[in-house]
Design a protein around this ligand. Structure first.
Ligand SMILES: [Zn+2]
Length: 229
């Protein structure tokens, strides 16, 4: 299993892209190993099929040049804070030994995003414990950060993604069944109502006042550790 510098986890394919596609693209450019895992196949989506969404995720992964993209296959709208669900994430963390893990911010209008955040936080703790799931070596992640999907609060830190923003636009554009109202069969959802434009507007606001054209924002739970400023 390939070792990752950055592992980003979402409930559905497209969650991570909405929150931090630019940050992943930027770090990949700098030589970091990056990966995304989706907890579910988003089989409850109003638009698109599982097969189509997997195609879209594959396209987005290529655009972001991810080293790893995987789906755990937990039930969409059935995510729970239970051992079997947490253990799936513990395995991913122990297989890929990331230095940094990203999860959705713990408040969001979609309950699956909240549950994903909680499952990842539990998994990060258990992944450190030598006697927990002893068949896989324990792994301690250096730092966890939380990215925004639907709801935003003042960020603890922001990453300048102006230079790589075209990659984010393309990665979001890859999810054509979600964001592009193309056919009459598509159901109108918040995603088909100018959602991508709103993501870009948010990212523009996050950069405002910091000399950044476009930025992605993150929340931390623990203090941000530095050796030198
Ligand atoms: Zn989602």
């Amino acid at each position: 299993m390939i070792a990752l510098d950055i592992l980003a986890i979402g409930a559905h394919p497209d969650d991570v892209e909405i929150g931090m596609a630019g940050t992943l693209a930027k770090h990949k450019q700098a030589g970091y190993k990056t990966g995304i895992y989706d907890l579910t196949y988003a089989e409850m989506s109003s638009n698109g099929t599982v097969e189509l969404r997997q195609e879209e995720a594959k396209d987005a992964s290529q655009i972001l040049q991810l080293d790893v993209r995987g789906t755990i296959g937990l039930p969409d709208r059935g995510l729970q804070l239970i051992k079997t669900h947490i253990d799936e994430v513990v395995k991913i963390i122990r297989w890929h030994k990331p230095r940094i893990v990203f999860a959705p911010y713990w408040e969001d209008r979609h309950p699956d995003h909240i549950m994903c955040s909680r499952i990842v936080q539990e998994a990060l703790f258990n992944a450190k414990l030598r006697r927990y799931m002893p068949e896989l070596p324990a792994h301690t992640v250096e730092q966890a950060y939380f990215y925004f999907i639907n709801d935003t609060v003042p960020a603890d830190l922001v990453v300048d993604v102006s230079e790589v923003y075209e990659q984010k636009r393309l990665a979001l554009g890859a999810y054509r069944s979600q964001f592009t109202p193309q056919t009459n069969e598509m159901v109108s959802t918040p995603l088909t109502q100018g959602y991508v434009e709103r993501v870009e507007a948010r990212d523009s606001l996050l950069g405002q006042g910091r000399g950044m054209k476009l930025a992605e924002g993150f929340i931390t739970k623990g203090p941000y550790a530095v050796q030198y400023f």
